[in-house]
Design a protein around this ligand. Structure first.
Ligand code: GLU
Length: 306
């Protein structure tokens, strides 16, 4: 699989998605996300050998939103390993990402680390383990992406906080089941900030190489064990695309994580990471064009995990 040149495939995809602008909708529940230019597209590949291919605005930073849940899950798994499963599950939720109902039936143990409730518990875990979590989280992602200029977008973080009543309800509800050790507001401050991190598709595909490369980063540093990297891929496959994991597995066939900023990161184990960004979303909250572009990629490259 080494040294394939993906440029032709990316160019072909770029041409084919152009007619699809306007078919999805910008996320509008956080005003900071509703203000961006919807007609944008970027796709970027980093291979485990370090080769890169990109098309569109692949150096343009955007709000990674829930893609950040894969980084915090990584830190929590490093910290607790299998003990993590006492605090959060690993089953798809079958509900929307910000749903509260299941939490009551399941005694404050969120279904998986990628729904909001699960990510809030994960933020609590890394807060216990890391201390100055916001600094350390950003430092971790800067190293992984080899981009020292990454920032929290404070305007987005503030918007998250201002319109975060559901997340606040969730954190307090989880705390009532004693599955949150820290104060809900402190944990939410981490959660709102992680969602606000601004990154490009290039930053994303570089940074997630450890999930394609048995736990090793671009610089060949062990971020996770091969077994832990496999576990994250498994949870991405079953829970990484909100309530549309089945459709995504059917159409694309890769473990992936999406965010309501319109980004999606997908992994081809032992080969590469491919990231895509286009801000308009489908009804499940995944990038409309991003999903289609990844579907075209696995079709034209004749490559998926299946
Ligand atoms: N900041 C968003 C929220 O908590 C995350 C949305 C997402 O990308 O799923 O509602």
């Amino acid at each position: 699989m080494q040294n394939i040149n993906y440029n032709k495939i990316l160019e072909r995809i770029h041409k084919e998605i152009k007619g699809d602008f306007g078919k999805g909708k910008l996320a509008n529940y956080i005003p900071a996300l509703a203000q961006i230019d919807p007609n944008q597209f970027a796709m970027h590949i980093t291979t485990i050998e370090g080769n890169e291919f990109g098309i569109g605005n692949f150096t343009q930073a955007f709000s990674i939103q829930s893609i950040s849940k894969a980084y915090t899950f990584t830190l929590a798994l490093k910290q607790l390993d299998d003990e993590i499963w006492k605090r959060v599950g690993k089953e798809p939720s079958g509900n929307t990402f910000n749903s509260l109902v299941q939490l009551e039936y399941e005694n404050g143990i969120p279904r998986n680390p990628f729904i909001n409730a699960g990510a809030i518990v994960i933020s609590d875990i890394i807060y216990e383990g890391l201390g100055k979590t916001k600094n350390k989280l950003l430092k971790f992602i800067k190293k992984l992406s080899e981009n020292p200029t990454l920032i929290y977008d404070e305007e987005v973080a503030e918007s998250e906080r201002e319109y975060g009543d559901r997340n606040r309800a969730m954190a307090n509800f989880i705390k009532s089941y004693e599955n949150l050790s820290n104060e809900a507001n402190d944990v939410l401050d981490i959660y709102f900030h992680q969602c606000s991190i601004a990154m490009s598709t290039q930053d994303l595909s570089r940074s997630f190489i450890y999930l394609a490369n048995k736990g090793k980063s671009l610089k060949n540093k062990e971020i996770l064990t091969a077994r832990q990297a496999k576990r994250i891929n498994a949870v991405m496959l079953t829970s990484g695309l909100y309530d549309a994991v089945g459709d995504f597995a059917y159409r694309v066939g890769l473990p992936a994580k999406s965010g309501v900023g319109g980004g999606i990161v997908a992994i081809i184990p032992n080969e590469l990471v491919i990231s895509v960004w286009s801000p308009e979303l489908n009804s499940a909250g995944n990038s409309y064009i991003g999903t289609k572009a990844l579907e075209l990629f696995t079709t034209y490259a004749s490559n998926s995990i299946f």
